[in-house]
Design a protein around this ligand. Structure first.
Ligand SMILES: [Zn+2]
Ligand SMILES: [Zn+2]
Length: 115
């Protein structure tokens, strides 16, 4: 079995914990795609699209969903739902348990500490 053709796998974003679809899309230069799991109409996906945020054609197969590259052969009035690249709103540095802020130094002028 060729794992690369196994369709998308449902996962959760390690950062924001939202449901996403992960798949290697493409035959030669496969792209490691992480897309929002929520499907939307093709037209709606198109309006959200940005230069660095691609949309994908979502084909539900019997075993698993399959993300398709929107190539030249993709119809503009595609009847399939589309998904869009997951754009994480959680910065990479943030941890689920936010570290406590370091205590602020007391707002006392240095001169008064010598009392
Ligand atoms: Zn499509
Ligand atoms: Zn995320």
């Amino acid at each position: 079995m060729n794992r690369a053709d196994g369709g998308a796998r449902r996962a959760r974003c390690p950062r924001c914990d939202r449901p996403v679809l992960r798949q290697l899309v493409g035959r030669r230069a496969a792209l490691d795609v992480t897309a929002d799991a929520a499907p939307m109409p093709a037209a709606a996906a198109q309006t959200l699209r940005e230069p660095n945020r691609l949309t994908w054609c979502l084909r539900e197969r019997s075993c698993s969903p399959d993300l398709r590259w929107l190539g030249p052969g993709h119809p503009a009035d595609c009847p399939h739902p589309h998904v869009i690249d997951h754009q994480c709103t959680t910065p990479a540095a943030a941890r689920p348990a936010a570290p406590r802020r370091t205590r602020k130094p007391p707002p006392v002028p240095a001169g008064q500490l010598t009392l």
